[in-house]
Ligand binder design. Structure first.
Ligand code: PGA
Length: 260
C-alpha cells in the first residue's frame, strides 16, 4: 500500500512538542541553541517549535526572520473569546504570530477528556483564525494488540476532520502517534508507521481524492530520537515527526531534523 506519488511532493515537517517543560530561562536557551544549530544547515524540513503558552510570544519573536522555522501552540479553546477562565483562543494565538496548533494530542484526549467531537470544533476554530492544525491521532496498546488500529485511527480522522472543506484538508498536518509509543521508549517499527500512514492517506483519498491525499503531510510521533528517526522517516508516507522528549535537547532535535 505505497503512495502513488513521490514523497517529495509533500511538505516535510519536524515539530518539537515541549509539553509542560522549560521555564523561561530554559526555553530561551533551548530556542537559541536550536536556531544556532539550524543556522549553518540547509534545512530540508519545516521546523516547528511548540512551547507552553507563556513562552509563545517570545519564541515567535526569536524565530522571526529564520526561514523555515515557525511556532505552534499545544492546544487552544474552541471559542474565540468569552467566560472560559484559564483558556486561550485561536484568535489570541493568531494575534501574536503563532502559525500552528497541535490538536488532539493523546495527553489532551486522556487527561482533559477531549473527544473527537470537541476536537472537530477546535479544528474549526483554528481554521477560522487562519492557523494550521497539527492533528494528532493514534491508538492505545489494547487496540493495537487486537489489531483494530486502522479502524480506530481512521475513525478519529473521520469524526474530527471529514466535515472540513477540501481546501482546509489540503492545509492540515496529521501526526500519527501510537499511544503505546509516547514517552515510553517503545517506538513503532518503521513498517508499522509506514503501514498506518499509507492507510490514513488512503482514507483521506476515499473522501477527498488522490490529489489532496497525496499532499497531506503525515508525521510520526512516539519515542522518535536521533537513533531511529532516519529509519522511521524512510517510509514513503512518513513526512516527518512530532517529537516530544527529544525536542528538549537542541542537538537531538536538530539531529532528527537532519534525518529527513
Ligand atoms: P515522545 O512524545 O517523543 O516523548 O514519545 C511524542 C509526543 O507526545 O508528541
Amino acid at each position: 500500500m505505497w503512495s502513488l506519488q513521490p514523497q517529495n511532493m509533500r511538505k516535510k515537517i519536524v515539530a518539537g512538542n515541549w509539553k509542560m517543560n522549560n521555564d523561561w530561562q530554559e526555553a530561551n536557551t533551548l530556542t537559541t541553541q536550536v536556531l544556532d544549530l539550524l543556522k549553518d544547515r540547509g534545512i530540508a524540513a519545516e521546523v516547528v517549535i511548540a512551547p507552553p503558552y507563556v513562552h509563545l510570544e517570545k519564541v515567535v519573536s526569536m524565530v522571526s526572520g529564520t526561514n523555515g522555522v515557525s511556532v505552534a501552540a499545544q492546544n487552544c479553546h474552541q471559542e474565540s473569546s468569552g467566560a472560559y477562565t484559564g483558556e486561550v483562543s485561536a484568535a489570541m494565538l493568531d494575534s501574536i504570530g503563532v502559525q500552528f496548533v497541535i490538536l488532539g494530542h493523546s495527553e489532551r484526549r486522556e487527561y482533559f477528556k477531549e473527544s473527537n467531537e470537541l476536537l472537530a470544533q477546535k479544528v474549526n476554530a483554528v481554521f477560522d483564525h487562519g492557523l494550521t492544525p497539527i492533528f494528532c491521532c493514534g491508538e492505545p496498546l489494547s487496540i493495537r494488540e487486537s489489531n483494530q488500529q486502522m479502524e480506530y485511527v481512521t475513525h478519529q480522522l473521520t469524526a474530527s476532520l471529514f466535515h472540513l472543506e477540501p481546501a482546509q484538508i489540503r492545509q492540515s498536518v496529521i501526526a500519527y502517534e501510537p499511544i503505546w509509543a509516547i514517552g515510553t521508549g517503545k517506538t513503532a517499527s518503521a513498517e508499522q508507521a509506514q503501514e498506518m500512514h499509507a492507510g490514513l492517506r488512503q482514507h483521506f483519498e476515499q473522501k477527498f481524492g488522490q490529489e489532496i491525499a497525496n499532499n497531506i503531510p503525515i508525521l510520526y510521533g512516539g519515542s522518535c530520537k536521533p537513533s531511529n528517526a532516519h529509519e522511521l522517516f524512510a517510509g514513503p508516507d512518513v513526512d516527518g515527526g512530532l517529537i516530544g522528549g527529544a525536542s528538549l535537547n537542541a542537538e537531538d532535535f536538530v539531529a532528527i531534523v537532519d534525518s529527513l
